[in-house]
Design a protein around this ligand. Structure first.
Ligand SMILES: [Fe+2]
Length: 349
C-alpha cells in the first residue's frame, strides 16, 4: 500500500462565512432556475457504468456487470464557467472574484492565481456516499487530452510526479437550510486519520481547500425516505418547478418524479483556481520548458516498481495492459478511510 498520509492538502482547509453577497447568490440561483433543466453528474462524466468502476479502481473484476443503479444518486450539475470563460455574463463578478483570488493565493502562499472553472451541484434529499474521492487533476504536459483519467489518478496516488502537478485550490460554498445532514465530510490528515465535518444548515458557508489532495464527500441529506426517488434514471433532469416561486422538480421522460421544496434544496457552488508560486513557476507552465509525457510517466513508474523489488513483465502497451494496471492499482492504493463521521440523525416524527 502506498503512503496514505501524502493525501493532505497543502494547508488545512479554511472555513469562511458569506462567500458570496446576497445579490451574487440571487443572480447565480436565477441562472440555475432560468437555464435548466440540468443533468445528473453521473450522466455528464461517464458513458457507461463500467467507466465508473474503471475510474475508481482501475479495473473491472471478471464476470462483474455493474449497473447505473449501483452509483446513481440524485445530484445534478451545471457549469457557470469553463476554461476561464464565464458562460453567463450576468454572474461574471462571481467568477472573476477578487476575494477568492486573494483567498487561494494566501492559502498556497503563492504570488499568482487565475480563475479556471466554476460549476454548481443541485439536489434534494440524497444518500451519502461511502466512497470518498479526491478530485481529478492534471500535470504540466499531461491533461485529459493526452492521458486517460485513471492514469492521472494513479500519478497522484504514486506521489512520483509532484514536480509537475498543477497547483490548484477551490472555494466551495453551500446554501442549504434543511435540517437533516447536508454537510461536507473530509479527511484533512489522510484517509486513515480522523475525518472532520462541516455541518449544515449553512447559507454561504464555504471552504478554501485543495481537493485534489484531500479525500472528501457530501454527507447524506434530507429525510431518509425521500433520498431515492422512484423512477430516477440516468437521463433524469432537475429544473425549477414552474408551479412554485422557489421550488424544484426532478423529471424522467418529462414526467415529474419528485418535487423538492426550497427548504430541502441544497445548492453547492464550486469555484476552482489555478495557482503559481512565483513568476518562474508561471513561465515554466506557459513556456512548456519542463513538461512530462506519457512515456516518461510509465518509465518512472516502472523504475519505482523495480526499486520496490516487485516482479513483473514490462508491458508492450502499458496503457491497456490489464495485468500491469492491476499491479499499479495495488501498489499505489492509498486505502479506504479508516472511519467515517456518524450518519446524520433523522428528526423525530
Ligand atoms: Fe470532489
Amino acid at each position: 500500500m502506498s503512503d496514505s498520509t501524502r493525501f493532505r492538502p497543502v494547508a488545512p482547509p479554511e472555513v469562511i462565512e458569506g462567500a458570496f453577497s446576497e445579490d451574487q447568490h440571487r443572480r447565480m440561483l436565477d441562472v440555475v432556475r432560468r437555464k435548466g433543466p440540468w443533468q445528473l453528474i453521473l450522466a455528464q462524466h461517464f458513458q457507461s457504468p463500467e467507466e465508473v468502476v474503471a475510474t475508481t479502481s482501475g479495473m473491472i473484476p471478471e464476470g462483474f456487470e455493474p449497473t447505473w443503479d449501483m452509483f446513481m444518486t440524485p445530484v445534478f450539475r451545471g457549469y457557470f464557467a469553463q476554461g476561464s470563460t464565464v458562460l453567463h455574463p450576468e454572474i461574471e463578478d462571481c467568477f472573476f472574484n477578487r476575494k477568492f483570488l486573494d483567498l487561494v493565493r494566501a492559502y498556497w502562499k503563492a504570488d499568482y492565481a487565475r480563475p479556471e472553472s466554476m460549476l454548481f451541484n443541485i439536489q434534494g434529499p440524497c444518500p451519502g456516499s461511502d466512497a470518498p474521492h479526491v478530485d481529478a487533476t492534471r500535470f504540466r504536459g499531461i491533461t485529459d487530452r493526452t492521458t486517460p483519467v485513471w492514469l492521472m489518478n494513479m500519478m497522484v496516488k504514486s506521489g512520483l510526479f509532484e514536480r509537475w502537478r498543477a497547483k490548484k485550490a477551490q472555494v466551495i460554498a453551500w446554501y442549504y437550510r434543511g435540517r437533516v445532514g447536508g454537510g461536507f465530510n473530509y479527511w484533512p490528515d489522510g484517509p486513515q486519520a480522523t475525518p472532520r465535518q462541516i455541518k449544515a444548515p449553512m447559507w454561504g458557508r464555504a471552504v478554501v481547500v485543495e481537493n485534489e489532495m484531500m479525500f472528501h464527500t457530501a454527507e447524506a441529506c434530507g429525510p431518509a425516505h425521500l433520498r431515492r426517488p422512484a423512477g430516477l434514471r440516468i437521463d433524469s433532469l432537475m429544473s425549477a418547478d414552474p408551479d412554485s416561486a422557489d421550488g424544484w422538480q426532478i423529471t424522467t421522460d418529462g414526467e415529474v418524479i419528485q418535487k423538492v421544496p426550497a427548504e430541502e434544496f441544497r445548492f453547492l457552488v464550486h469555484w476552482g483556481g489555478e495557482v503559481y508560486s512565483d513568476y518562474e513557476d508561471l513561465k515554466r507552465t506557459l513556456d512548456h520548458t519542463d513538461d512530462i509525457d506519457n512515456d516518461r510517466v510509465f518509465e518512472t513508474m516502472i523504475d519505482d516498481l523495480r526499486r520496490r523489488g516487485l516482479e513483473f513483465e514490462v508491458p508492450s502497451d502499458p496503457m491497456t495492459d490489464q495485468r500491469f494496471i492491476s499491479l499499479l492499482t495495488q501498489t499505489y492504493d492509498p486505502g479506504k478511510p479508516a472511519s467515517y463521521p456518524p450518519e446524520p440523525e433523522e428528526l423525530a416524527a
